[in-house]
Write a protein that binds this ligand. Sequence first.
Ligand SMILES: Cc1ncc(COP(=O)(O)O)c(C=O)c1O
Length: 444
Amino acid sequence: MNPDPNHNLAPDNLDAFWMPFSGQRQFKQDPRFIVSAKGMYYTDSNGHKTLDGSAGLWCVNAGHHRPHINEAIAQQLEQLDFAHSFNSGHPLAFQYANRLVQHVPDPLNHVFFTNSGSESVDTALKIALAYHRRNGEAGRQRLIGREKGYHGMGFGGLSVGGLVKNRNPFGLLLPGTDHIRQTHGLAENRFARGLPPEGKDLALDLERLVELHGADAIAAVIVEPVGGAGGVHLPPVGYLQLLREICDQHGILLIFDEVITGFGRTGACTAAERFGVTPDIMTTAKGITNATIPMGGVFVSDEIFERFMSSDVPGVELNHGYTYSGHPVACAAGMATLDIYENEALFQRPASLQTVWQDTAMSLQDVPEVIDIRCFALLGAIELAPRPEAPLQRGAEVAKRCYEKGAWVRPIGDSLVLSPPLIISEAEIKTLFGTIAEAIIETQ
Ligand SMILES: Cc1ncc(COP(=O)(O)O)c(C=O)c1O
């Protein structure tokens, strides 16, 4: 074992770690190790600095290395390293929950703690099923997702997810799921600034599934308000409102998966608030602790919570939970993260930076090979023409060049997706897009 974290590891040290979502045989031939991070920048083991255009994985919303969060974590470990919450409790979980619900729309006034986005999604789907059962509608068992949606890699989230490559290796998945049509790909929306003007009526596709399965067989519809891991797909104007109306008409619960959009990404704490559409259940994770300690939270409406609490049967209201639900160290990290979001007004920053973000993103419109640009708040995607002989490779080629030139961006197929920490400056926004433009031209 090499005790020096700043030292590059030799190839024979790389075998034991099965890397997540990685082409690891390739990675291990030419490994790159990140050894430190501060503010907007990562530093690798060669001392090379890169501007973080992805906030880690859409999660380090307040920027890297925040001493206030680090101190809160250290202090909490001194005070209480762990206590579970199964018929037990520690004050911080309750205090943190009370504070969190102030940041999400009414009536989402209750939060169930998890450890990741995937757990949040599976928890949300299970709450939806159990809610209908409690309501005397046990027939409502179908869970509906959307094509190109990403809801993590638990069996529930994967089953409602719509990314074919993620689903394919695992066979049948959960029975009784279905998918509405994706919102991406309308030619009229190419290079739209902000939300796409066309496509609201794609929400009507839910009516097709209501006709096919019967409304009384459908428990819930889950969508990302802004699709992230599928390639940054923005909701057409009016789409989420229409989806809400259709769900209401048919007694179907609406779940927003805000694992990426939660905690400021769209210019309000939640996309629900930014878009003025309130779901019945909302999943979060990632930015909840600025990614320092794994945590997630599922917010549910008063109506759903009360349905469980009003039971005549004594004892456990929902047989569900995780050892680390409400972990004290994660709660301390989350509290300190909220301090930063509040004190620095970070949830407002994407809206105030939006004009610069959009102007700078759109300045790449005439760069060769760019076939679409999507940008809203501090989210964006640059889509490139696929190479006929090698589709879906171009994003990785450009991202590699960006890295060499000092910017960290995330490739998804032939696209580059962007979600920088919310502390990014105007100058850094220009550097980020400038670097991408050069990298596209240089790898043409
Ligand atoms: C919308 C959405 N849901 C769920 C997840 C899964 O989160 P995790 O990787 O923390 O399990 C992600 C991860 O990117 C996500 O983007």
